[in-house]
Design a binder for this molecule. Structure first.
Ligand code: ZN
Length: 131
């Protein structure tokens, strides 16, 4: 759900652009976006465009559908991607990793963003292995 802290992210997503909020005072990226910096509690934020590439920090493979609607999707990989352009500043995203053989994924694999246009209002980021 979009709110004041996350609306710029979703607006950029509809244009296939990845942006992330960075604390103006200390430079820490705030992901997921929130009203305060978790390092210095500043409210001042700037939105920074990122290249949309990164590496797999950790992941899991889901093999059992937790809901009948998910049965066609299994097995699928869900992971945490560390975003290029942000190392050392805590910018990681929890995403699904698609267009891959889930049994060949490894931590540290390079990945790139794929924008999934779910409907007119909703575009959600996913990642796939970088070739
Ligand atoms: Zn800060």
């Amino acid at each position: 759900h979009a709110d004041d802290s996350t609306q710029p992210f979703w607006d950029a997503a509809r244009q296939d652009r990845l942006i992330a909020p960075r604390c103006v005072r200390c430079g820490t990226f705030r992901l997921p976006p929130g009203p305060f910096c978790f390092e210095c509690q500043s409210r001042d934020v700037e939105w920074v465009e990122l290249p949309g590439t990164g590496t797999i920090y950790t992941f899991t493979v889901v093999r059992h559908a937790l809901h009948p609607d998910l049965a066609p999707a299994i097995p699928y990989a869900s992971g945490v991607v560390e975003l290029d352009g942000t190392q050392g500043a805590g910018a990681r995203m929890l995403v699904n990793i698609i267009e891959c053989d889930v049994d060949s994924l490894s931590i540290g694999d390079p990945v790139e963003i794929v924008w999934d246009h779910v409907n007119d209002e909703m575009t959600t980021p996913r990642f796939r292995p970088r070739r």
